[in-house]
Ligand binder design. Sequence first.
Ligand SMILES: [Zn+2]
Length: 121
Amino acid sequence: MQVEKCPQCGSPLVARTEGGCLVLKCTQCALEAVTTDPQALISDETAYSVRLRPVKEITPRVSASLAVALGIRAQTARDLLRQGGPIATDVSAVEVQRLHGLLSPLGFSLDIKPHFRWALD
Ligand SMILES: [Zn+2]
C-alpha cells in the first residue's frame, strides 16, 4: 500500500511495521501515525473533538504534567481538568493519535467524538 505524502506538510512519509500495525512517520515534521490501514487513516476527513476523561484527583502534579504535555499554563490545565472542557476540536485522526500518544503515558484518557475507529496504541 502506497502512502505518499504527509497530510500536514506534504513531505514523503516513511513506513515501518510494529506489532501488526503500520507506523507512518513524516521525514520532515513530527507527524507520526499508527494504523493497520494507513491510507484510510490519512484520508479520514472526520473532524474529531477530544476531551479529557475526568481524573480522580486534580493535584498540582497532574495539572503540571498536562500543562507540559499540551504547552499550556498550569492554571489553564487545571481549569481544563476541572471543567472537563475539550482539549482539541475539529482535529484530524492523525492529530487525535498524536494527542493520545502524548497524554496516555501520563495517565490521561481521552473521550473522542465521534467514535474513533483507528488504532490508538
Ligand atoms: Zn510532515
